[in-house]
Design a protein around this ligand. Sequence first.
Ligand SMILES: *[C@@H]1O[C@H](CO)[C@@H](O)[C@H](O)[C@H]1NC(C)=O
Ligand SMILES: *[C@@H]1O[C@H](CO)[C@@H](O)[C@H](O)[C@H]1NC(C)=O
Ligand SMILES: *[C@@H]1O[C@H](CO)[C@@H](O)[C@H](O)[C@H]1NC(C)=O
Ligand SMILES: *[C@@H]1O[C@H](CO)[C@@H](O)[C@H](O)[C@H]1NC(C)=O
Length: 480
Amino acid sequence: MRNEEASAFGIGVSHRPCFWSIMAKLNLMVLLLFAMNFSSCLNNRVAEFALTKKEEGDLNEQSKKELVEEEEEELDADDLEVFYPTNQWQTIRPGQAIPAGLHVQLNLQTGEKLAKLPDDDDERKDIKDPKKSRRLGHIDVDPSSFTTQELKKALAKMKKSLNTDDTLEEKAHKEDVKRKFRPIEKLKEEFRELNLQLETDFEIMFKLINKLNSSASTLEEKITALYDLEYYVHQVDNARDLLSLGGLQLLINGLNSTEPLMKEYASFVLGAALSSNPRVQVAAIEGGVLQKLLVILATDQAQTVKKKALFALSSMLRHFPYAQQQFLKLGGLQVLKNLCTEKGMELLHIRIVTLLYDLMVEKLLVKDLHNDSTQIHERAQQYSQVNLVPAIVEQGWCKIISNFLKTPEHDIREKVLKTVHVLLAFCKDSYKEDQNLSHTLSLLRQEYELLAAEEQKEGDEDGYFKELLSSINSIAQQLK
Ligand SMILES: *[C@@H]1O[C@H](CO)[C@@H](O)[C@H](O)[C@H]1NC(C)=O
Ligand SMILES: *[C@@H]1O[C@H](CO)[C@@H](O)[C@H](O)[C@H]1NC(C)=O
Ligand SMILES: *[C@@H]1O[C@H](CO)[C@@H](O)[C@H](O)[C@H]1NC(C)=O
Ligand SMILES: *[C@@H]1O[C@H](CO)[C@@H](O)[C@H](O)[C@H]1NC(C)=O
């Protein structure tokens, strides 16, 4: 459904650059800078660099399709291998998903992608300094400068020139390149000058927000603006600019628009901006986002709309005990419970279980922290006021959650088993007398005994199914 709508709006081929394709482009750009004569590259491309947006005509059908697939993956990439950030710059491996809110850099000398948590220092800095966005190596480099086709062509050329059976002509060309090759400092300097012609993220976001606010914009244009905006707000600095530009209020207004697409995409952008970003979380809860999201989830809306609203709700609640407390006060848990029985919302079940699991674990982890700093102490204090588990038990979630074990999907079962594990201590009474649960567990045990045996036959000693089996056995054991 969302795809159809998206392609009806041409969103699938939006100018919005996917994170990894930028990374790939940046990476390739670095290679190109080394492999090609920089100044001729500069001369040929300066006009293109100055343009932020590429025309759709630049993409052939194949690369359009690839872009759409990339976007899809990005949107639903709940289960990618995750990069665990620290305060130090760390290399991001290809294929690793990086959490939102990190500072990302490209090492121009090695082409490595690096990310780290923002420093407290950075937090306090005024981020509106446009020079910062232009900083060399920062990811704000215009991602649209190369089209997919250009990149492929360039790559093909490079591969060719790296080939050992070079023709004389190619050898001559290589020599030429070598001769004109500039030292890195020189390259950086030119790169910096080049960068000044690019629009900063701030400028792009300013335009998108104006587009969104303009009464002259069509719905289609507004949705496209939201879709593009979502890309930018993943970065902490940009998400803060969203606040200073007044974009948050526009998103909040979008949540109770009469247009379902507007609700959906406003939620989508909010979810990205809220993710791991305390400042946005605070501004959003003050702006009434929590209530509005719950209204969307509690009323008659398409699953696509509720899915994004649930995404935004999850980003709002994670690591924000105050919001969790308000969520409980506003009856949010009941709203989620109703979603678990509402027809047509099956896709949301696993997301709801995941959210509850994460919130429970989050609180448990805070409890386990050493109580040696006032900051941690305060945090523990805040969490102590989130009475999530008692509410979960009281509302009958124990059975709702264990009933999800009947799904045929292994990965959903895995998540549910983990959640049941956490709940065991609190739901023991309910689980002990639950014939359904013990029946389901014994069926699952049979199934996974077979699968684990096959797995082992294939040489996998510590396989996935074996793990699921031991999880089931452990639950059954504790319920005896
Ligand atoms: C949106 O437009 C109105 C006037 O049309 C203006 O008052 C408001 O400041 C604008 N908001 C943003 C965020 O640009
Ligand atoms: C959205 O809700 C707010 C209050 O909750 C209300 O003031 C505003 O008029 C609503 N907007 C629309 C478009 O319904
Ligand atoms: C943490 O230490 C403070 C005293 O510094 C104490 O009052 C509080 O109960 C402790 N909290 C936990 C969770 O241990
Ligand atoms: C067992 O499951 C069935 C259907 O899934 C349900 O109707 C019944 O109420 C459940 N029994 C218990 C004790 O939960």
